[in-house]
Design a protein around this ligand. Sequence first.
Ligand SMILES: [Zn+2]
Length: 299
Amino acid sequence: MKKLIEYIAEAEKGGYALGHFNFSDLATLKGIVSGFEKAQKEISGEIALIVGLSGGERDFIGSRQAVSLVKSYREAGLPVFLNADHTKSLEKAIEAAKDGFDAVLFDAGREPIEKNIERTKEAVAAIREIDQGIVTEGELGFLGEGSRIFSEIPEAADWSPEKMTTPEEAMRFVEETGVDLVAPAVGNIHGLIAEKGGVFENPELDLDRIGRIKEAVVAAMVLHGGSGIKDEELKAAVSRGMVVVHISSELRLAWRKGLEKSFAGDPGEIAPYKLLRPSTEAIADMVFQKLKLLNSVLY
Ligand SMILES: [Zn+2]
């Protein structure tokens, strides 16, 4: 099986993107993997799947337990890789690297750029000292905290044009930190802006800026906050140069809706694996649909 960095390089060359989906329970992971397998059958190329755990998700499922789960899929021949999503401390980055994660996103995006570069550089060096093969990622700007439904755009998020990442900042950040992947702020935010799961009103992506950053950096570009973005916009972000796209909030919403459907059904049903089935199915379908958009050039 190829290495994650090779799958990323191929996606960059081919103009398509790898999906990155977060999970914190088996029902979600099962859904993600089955959506991926369905997409894999329809696609005329070799794609890989990235699953991620943020700090809270890691604490819940267990870092080493998650590594074992993901490895078990790889042993069965499925190219699934695990990312330590939004790792905020050097200590946690080292822990993830030692536990066997395939990729680490060190997130100092909230810091001013000088401090961000200094901390990310330190984390990249520490991770590579443990394992050269781990894919490293850094983040520029603050995209808001938490994959949940918000009634309005979080005030602190860097989504307005004057706060977005510039190509010059991205170039400097990549050169000085040596990251493999870079996640810029280009109008994307974490979470869904919507009234109780209604129509999403997330801000629009600055597609032109994505194209300009792509030309300026050697690292592959990652789009965080891929939930709540219109289909055509997501496709355009990939064609302008996004190579990995993170989707979490929409999966969480599908999980919740699936469970609500179960709870509204037979009150005598108490088997978790039966109650969670609609969530798993909805997640599988969503992952399949999203991968269709990210890989449209392979269809
Ligand atoms: Zn993110």
